[in-house]
Design a protein around this ligand. Structure first.
Ligand SMILES: [Zn+2]
Length: 500
């Protein structure tokens, strides 16, 4: 016979207080003591009694280090996993682990202790991504790997969370951010009738689907950086009414299309006619409207209007029509929307900032801060010869195919006499060309007579003189990048052989 044994479930409480002096309460439940604990785990977030989140950071970092250890068995400088694979694993697995619940503990990431923990985790991944030597500084490794500092990513995630909750960003000057509708604003599930969306690809299909009392064509447009939307309303063979809607320039076309659809459903609800068709050429906006789970405020309102029309025994049908298929109504809506975008001077009909707009500002803040750290930091002096700005580097680096030789040159950490002497692998930092000159990246690329012929070749083919001020252009410009990279790699190989 099997016996079942039950372990008494351990229950404990935690006291969170700002007070330095306090009494610890004695809690009992059903006569059993409830012990006090120093930390607890709630939905995957470790909360400690002083809200330092040190334990949480330690936990996520050790998880990330675990992944790193497994990866490093399969990724060495000269063989193994491709850096792009490591990057994918980093962005898809490691970063999300660390960023989990970032909005709750983001303030902790400003603390030096927490930051250095995050840095050491990130450094190891970055170093593998650009196949750099282990001595490479965090600044160099991040720039060459093209990843943003983890603590800044944490701040970013927290700011984005705040933005989604509608907390204003300073760049918006008090403007309101578009927030998803709350589940409470949604109709009761029983009232969420399925809304059908039909596709019409040509005039013939349209002719078969135009037997309605009212037909409303909608369109949204972004032109010369300006945004507008419009409705063209038809009864029978004539256009009987038009509406132009203005939106501020920061709005997206998607918002404009949704606004037009929403206005069309309001119009359908208002009118006496019993059958109404709404046509739009924006599949994205239509799919948002018909998806009962979509929480975009304009979509929620549209569905509500369609539902209320149906209660009044009016039918509202939605159609997707192919853009520029020569349908008169669609062409009208299109040109009206363009007019609304270009000519409208009145108060916008809808002025919510899209979250994507705020996201751009948040990313700009991150890049600024990263650049400040990079350019004021004492490390990465060789990397700065090629990439004086971290922001520019972030744009360029993904387009380069980084090899271990290129990384050696871009970091200065490689088989160069000066580096080898610094790390006590060689006694003499001098170059083979001249005992009084140190062999480092800038000497090898710019001055060393041994590589004069290759240098001349590059100068001939790029029209640029090989000097310190031109290194940034040579590596960033699409035109010169490959020829310059080949030159660099050839020299690094040569010097590595010489010093090995
Ligand atoms: Zn030399």
């Amino acid at each position: 016979m099997n016996k079942l044994k039950f372990a008494p479930h351990k229950t404990s409480a935690m006291l969170v207080t700002r007070k330095l002096r306090h009494d610890t309460p004695h809690l009992t439940m059903g006569g059993i003591d409830i012990g006090m604990s120093k930390q607890m785990k709630l939905l995957g977030l470790t909360i400690d009694e002083n809200l330092t989140f040190n334990t949480h950071v330690a936990n996520v970092c050790s998880k990330a280090v675990g992944i790193y250890k497994q990866l490093s068995r399969a990724a060495r400088v000269s063989w193994g996993l491709h850096p792009e694979v490591i990057r994918s694993i980093y962005t898809a697995v490691v970063e999300p682990i660390v960023l989990y619940a970032a909005s709750a503990w983001a303030p902790a990431s400003n603390k030096l202790g927490v930051r250095s923990k995050l840095n050491s985790v990130q450094r190891s991944f970055a170093q593998k991504m650009c196949r750099a030597y282990r001595t490479v500084s965090l600044n160099s490794a991040l720039v060459l790997a093209g990843i943003l500092p983890l603590d800044l990513r944490i701040q970013e995630a927290a700011s984005l969370y705040e933005a989604r909750r509608g907390v204003c960003h300073p760049a918006l000057a008090g403007g309101e951010i578009e927030r998803v509708a709350s589940a409470l604003q949604m109709p009761h599930p029983a009232e969420r009738g399925a809304i059908e969306l039909r596709h019409l690809v040509d005039e013939e299909q349209y002719r078969a689907n135009c037997d309605f009392d009212v037909r409303i064509f909608t369109d949204g447009s972004k032109i010369e950086g300006k945004v507008g939307a419009a409705l063209s309303i038809w009864t029978g063979a004539t256009e009987t009414k038009t509406r132009k809607l203005a939106l501020p320039s920061y709005c997206t076309v998607y918002q404009a299309e949704l606004l037009a659809l929403c206005e069309a459903t309001r119009e359908a609800l208002k009118r006496r006619e019993t059958s109404c068709a709404i046509y739009s050429d924006s599949m994205a906006a239509l799919l948002t409207v018909v998806n009962p789970e979509a929480l975009h405020p304009l979509a929620v309102e549209s569905r509500d209007a369609i539902y209320r029309s149906s209660i009044q025994n009016k039918s509202v049908s939605l159609f997707w029509i192919k853009a520029h298929a020569g349908l008169e109504g669609n062409e009208r809506a299109d040109s009206l929307a363009k007019e609304a975008a270009l000519k409208s001077k009145r108060k916008p009909d809808y002025d919510m900032y899209p979250v994507s707009f705020v996201k751009r500002f948040i990313r700009m803040d991150t890049l600024d801060e990263w650049n400040r750290r990079y350019s004021t930091g004492h490390t990465a002096s060789t990397t700065k010869l090629f990439f004086p700005s971290a922001v520019e580097a972030y744009r360029t680096v993904r387009k380069l195919s980084i090899t271990k030789e290129l990384t050696q040159a871009l970091t200065g950490h490689g088989g160069f006499s000066e580096y080898l002497t610094r790390f006590k692998c060689k006694d003499n930092p001098a170059c083979a060309c001249d005992p009084s000159v140190a062999e480092n990246v800038s000497h090898l690329l710019l001055d060393c007579p041994i590589h004069g012929q290759d240098r001349f070749y590059v100068e001939q083919h790029t029209g640029l003189k090989m000097e310190a001020g031109n290194l940034e252009i040579l590596i960033s410009s699409k035109k010169y990048r490959d020829i310059f990279a080949n030159y660099v790699i050839k020299i690094v190989r040569h010097v590595n052989n010489r010093n090995s």
